[in-house]
Write a protein that binds this ligand. Structure first.
Ligand code: COA
Length: 258
């Protein structure tokens, strides 16, 4: 392995960058049978392409992260008991961790070599009824802050909490079994405060959070378990499956961290 434990690479791809039929076909060739079956089930081309690019991104990013010790087509995945996809150890590569999130306009894959990790992205334009959803996903303190926020800022605040909670859920790998309304986040300027009851997580201080924005409209939250108390170094990279880095893109904006 070429990376140390607290090094995180965040690979980001815009689905509209991959439209060429040959490029898409080569991405499709990377998928395993299960991925191909899932891909074939999408009714709308836009959704199928987002799935295809996201899964080609995971495979090519894993190969990039490990300095091409394993080719993209060779990665094998399994799911934990709650559905979290994980890498099956390959060619002596152990403890490789990744998390994937995709939404219209953006696919993000976070990779590190040992720590639990979760990533989530949402587009600001996504249709979400925040008034109905807020009481379901927020703690009483979060809800009180949300309801006292101006309506102009409520959507941003909601998406910050939503993506942080989704990313934390993914990092824990517990899926719907984690009661997100018991997580308590407070994004205050550029800092993030996190707490929760011990029944959910008995070491809230062990976790590190990053809230970012991919302009113009994508919120990105990254959550990782600290390794040895050292803050993680996060390297965001615009990346195209089978084409590599796309360096001229605007950098991700760091909104808050803890
Ligand atoms: C499964 C879940 C994590 C998917 O999240 P999503 O926002 O709908 O979709 P995303 O694109 O961000 O993530 C999808 C990817 O997460 C990964 N994933 C699926 N189940 C997972 C799990 N249990 N743990 C971690 N990652 C998981 C997969 O890579 C999946 O990609 P794929 O479907 O293309 O294979 C999410 O629906 C979930 O279980 N949430 C529970 C927490 C909750 O109640 N959230 C409400 C809002 S806070």
């Amino acid at each position: 392995m070429s990376e140390s434990g607290d090094r995180i690479h965040l690979y980001l791809c815009r689905p509209h960058w991959v439209t060429d039929a040959d490029h898409l076909a080569r991405c499709h060739d990377l998928l395993d049978d299960e991925e191909k079956t899932r891909h074939a089930r999408f009714r709308f081309e836009r959704d199928a392409r987002l799935f295809l690019i996201s899964h080609a991104l995971v495979r090519t990013a894993l190969s990039d992260f490990t300095s091409a010790e394993v080719p993209p087509v060779a990665w094998v995945f399994r799911s934990n008991a709650y559905g979290r996809p994980e890498v099956v150890p390959e060619n002596g590569i152990h403890d490789l961790r990744f998390s994937l999130s995709h939404t219209h306009g953006l696919a993000v894959c976070a990779i590190t070599s040992s720590a639990d990790i979760g990533v989530d992205t949402e587009a600001e334009s996504r249709k979400l009824d925040t008034a109905i959803l807020a009481p379901r996903i927020m703690s009483p303190a979060e809800l009180a802050r949300f309801q006292s926020t101006s309506s102009a800022m409520q959507r941003k605040q909601f998406l910050s909490l939503w993506t942080l909670k989704e990313a934390f859920t993914k990092a824990r790998g517990l899926g719907l079994n984690l009661p997100v309304e018991k997580l308590n986040f407070f994004v205050n300027g550029s800092s993030i405060h996190f707490g929760c009851p011990a029944e959910v997580e008995d070491k809230p201080r062990d976790w590190e959070f990053h809230l970012m924005q991919a302009q113009p409209e994508h919120h990105v939250a990254l959550v990782t378990r600290k390794s040895g108390g050292t803050p993680a170094s996060v390297t965001p990279r615009w990346f195209v499956p089978l084409a590599g880095d796309r360096n001229a893109e605007p950098p991700l904006q760091m909104i808050a961290r803890a």
